[in-house]
Write a protein that binds this ligand. Structure first.
Ligand SMILES: Cc1cc2nc3c(=O)[nH]c(=O)nc-3n(C[C@H](O)[C@H](O)[C@H](O)COP(=O)(O)O)c2cc1C
Length: 188
């Protein structure tokens, strides 16, 4: 299963639209796909209460626990974020921190494949740093990280957009998405 996680808090989000496009292309090949939108499933930040040190549970009663089965089923996890002040959105950071319970309870994300995309209002608005932050999350979960793949291969999907719908008009950025789709199909 290919799982996409959108870190945008916007209901009309470039990040979500591009992730949806990737899932649609991959589902045409018969692959199972799923999208988690943090805009629809807000996750509160970790409070370091320590509960998950001894069991797969959390003292914060929001939607996070309901996301775990999809995280565990996925072969590939693609994480997308808007760039906020040069890094991931607070919503995505909260999600990433809460997954510490999976690391503490058997490293259940280990050996999964992971890739990232970032969308910023400026051409050089912090996409690479944002992707690096997502890669760090994947490394710490012992995941296998991959980039957008040939012929554009650098760090992952990198787009420039602000208004909703702008990402698909970024021709250079969309080349990284085309490469990424092909790379995902080769791994799935
Ligand atoms: C709080 C905030 C901080 C932002 N910081 C940056 C930034 O550092 N660099 C940049 O190029 N764009 C920045 N932006 C613009 C967003 O990255 C851009 O609008 C992006 O397309 C939003 O993605 P979305 O449509 O998926 O929500 C910021 C926007 C907000 C709301």
């Amino acid at each position: 299963m290919l799982l996409a996680i959108s870190g945008s808090p916007r209901k009309q989000s470039n990040t979500t639209a591009i992730l949806q496009k990737i899932l649609t292309e991959c589902s045409k090949e018969g692959f199972n796909t799923k999208l988690i939108e943090l805009a629809k499933s807000p996750i509160q930040p970790c409070t370091d209460c320590g509960m998950c040190r001894t069991k797969l549970d959390c003292s914060i009663k929001d939607n996070f626990l309901s996301l775990i089965p999809d995280l565990q089923k996925a072969k590939i996890i693609i994480v997308g974020s808007p760039v906020y002040f040069g890094t991931v959105s607070a919503q995505l950071k909260a999600f990433m921190d809460r997954t510490v319970m999976l690391r503490r309870n058997g490293f259940t994300l280990a050996d999964k494949f992971g890739c990232a995309l970032a969308i910023a209002g400026s051409r050089n608005g912090g996409q690479e740093h944002t992707i690096q932050t997502i890669h760090n999350w994947m490394f710490i979960h012992d995941m296998n990280v991959f980039a957008d793949g040939k012929p554009t291969s650098h760090f992952g999907g990198i787009l420039n957009a602000h208004e909703f719908g702008g990402a698909e008009k970024d021709e250079v950025g969309m080349q990284t998405i085309s490469s990424l789709i092909e790379k995902i199909k080769r791994i799935l």
